[in-house]
Design a binder for this molecule. Structure first.
Ligand SMILES: *[C@@H]1O[C@H](CO)[C@@H](O)[C@H](O)[C@H]1NC(C)=O
Ligand SMILES: *[C@@H]1O[C@H](CO)[C@@H](O)[C@H](O)[C@H]1NC(C)=O
Length: 477
């Protein structure tokens, strides 16, 4: 009770210090609605038109020292933001969303230069960046122009926005980014999203000045080639998204300037070839590499070998049929997550996983594996937390016994996700399926390794596999 009271007192003091936090009378601004928030008023105008919005703004202009923390205009018919429409109103976050906005007049936003930090003009029909209207917004941090009809980013499109940190242009129609399009954004910009557009090449000149950029999203474009130098200048980039483009090849040294890159997304491209030097420069920091939904025929080990910090390797949905014995030599011991789901893998080489000393998640779902020998799993079974071998034409054989004992020995025993997986094998002699963890071992004539498990000794099931194998000779006698 006391705490609530003190909070209220503090809140009231903050209100008094910051300005006018009282909503206008409902009738004055209807159909817009006003609520009081901690930092100012929150005003929402939906499903209305220019006439009603202009009338509400006139009411707000008559109340000096009012702080509008959010002004949200959504689903309206508002084809034009007229000059001076917000003049004299202190707005911090402005949204004009899904309102058929096509024109932003030069003096419509310029009065908000001191207060506006976020501007969202998404889901409208702007066909170019209304640069003159933006030029005074010297405190803007986030600009959202997603889902418009912009086709070209012309030179100096964002000039004046020298505090901007996040710019998103997702799902426009951009085919051309002029060389100086991002001029002025080189001081603070951290995130840029130009995904979902019609780019057919990396706009390298425009990007080259953005040396503060951390995250660049260019997914879902039509880029068919990348080349050495394309990312020159992006020296602080942490994350690069090139998924769902039309890349077929990843050439040598294309990312050499990205020394701090931590995450690279290349899935969904139809990549058939990755040069042995494709990832040169990424040695020290790359941890996440997504190569799923491509057309690789082997694990690109020569390119991967230099990535000695790699943790997460996703190769799902490729066309890999063979895993070489040395597929993970030289880089495998940092990998914790390996996804080989939906490939064409028929056999696993005996020592193929030997270097994967840190592996926690292994996904082999939906391949063509008939046998998964115990010897290949033995080096990794101690660290694994998740193994998925579902949807393979597995035969119930003694070599699969590792699965049941691994499942039993999972550190958190009630790991429901793993226990619920319906992993089955077929018993050819009996023409029927069994859950792999419940193979009828007594009918399978298993001899040798791990025989003692058939007599289901709980204590031995908890030992790591390697220990068991050392114990075996003694137990067989
Ligand atoms: C956009 O606004 C119109 C009203 O102008 C509304 O009918 C429509 O459902 C809205 N679309 C979305 C995706 O919200
Ligand atoms: C996958 O590879 C095989 C040869 O290993 C080839 O015949 C097949 O066409 C490939 N599939 C695709 C989708 O490229």
């Amino acid at each position: 009770m006391r705490l609530v009271w003190l909070t209220l007192v503090g809140w009231a003091a903050a209100v008094a210090a910051q300005g006018n936090f009282q909503c206008p009378a409902h009738a004055e601004i209807s159909p817009c609605q006003c609520t009081v928030k901690k930092n100012g008023l929150d005003i929402l105008c939906e499903f209305t038109d220019v006439f009603h919005i202009t009338r509400s703004m006139t009411v707000l202009k008559g109340k000096p020292s009012i702080v509008i923390y959010y002004l949200k205009l959504r689903h309206n018919n508002l084809p034009k933001l007229q000059s001076f429409i917000f003049l004299g109103i202190d707005i911090r976050h402005l949204t004009v969303h899904n309102s058929s906005l096509a024109v932003v007049e030069e003096s419509s936003l310029s009065s908000m230069g001191k207060g506006l930090t976020q501007l969202d003009l998404s889901q409208n029909i702007l066909n170019s960046v209304p640069s003159p209207a933006f030029r005074n917004l010297h405190h803007l941090i986030i600009l959202n122009l997603n889902h418009n009809k912009i086709t070209t980013l012309h030179n100096k499109a964002f000039e004046g926005l020298d505090t901007l940190e996040i710019l998103t242009l997702y799902e426009n129609k951009i085919i051309n980014i002029e060389p100086e399009a991002f001029k002025g954004l080189d001081k603070k910009l951290k995130r840029l999203n130009i995904g979902g557009n019609d780019l057919n090449r990396v706009p390298r000149e425009a990007l080259s000045i953005l040396d503060t950029l951390k995250k660049l999203e260019m997914q879902e474009n039509s880029i068919s080639q990348i080349a050495e130098g394309d990312f020159e200048g992006l020296t602080n980039l942490d994350s690069l998204g090139l998924a769902h483009n039309h890349l077929k090849r990843i050439p040598a040294k294309v990312f050499t300037h990205l020394k701090y890159l931590n995450s690279l997304e290349l899935e969904g491209n139809g990549i058939v070839h990755i040069d042995a030097e494709a990832f040169a420069g990424l040695e020290e920091n790359l941890q996440y590499l997504r190569l799923g939904d491509n057309n690789l025929h082997t694990i690109p080990s020569d390119a991967l070998r230099r990535l000695h910090r790699l943790r997460h390797l996703d190769l799902r949905s490729n066309n890999i049929s063979v895993i070489a014995e040395d597929a993970f030599t030289g880089f495998g011991d940092s990998i914790t997550f390996l996804n080989l789901q939906k490939n064409d893998i028929r056999t696993l080489p005996p020592l193929g996983f030997e270097n994967l000393n840190s592996l926690e998640t292994l996904n082999l779902q939906n391949n063509k594996l008939v046998h998964i020998p115990e010897e290949i799993m033995e080096p990794i079974v101690d660290t694994l937390r998740v193994v998925d071998i579902m949807d393979n034409p597995l035969e119930c054989d003694c070599e699969l016994r590792w699965y049941a004992s691994w499942l039993k020995s999972l550190r958190d025993k009630d790991d429901e996700m793993m226990q619920k997986k319906r992993t089955v094998c077929t018993m050819p002699k009996e023409h029927r399926e069994f859950p792999v963890q419940a193979m009828p071992l007594e009918r399978m004539n298993c001899v040798g390794k791990n025989m003692e498990r058939t007599s289901s000794s709980i204590s031995t099931a908890l030992y790591p596999l390697s220990t068991l194998i050392c114990l075996l000779p003694a137990m067989v006698h």
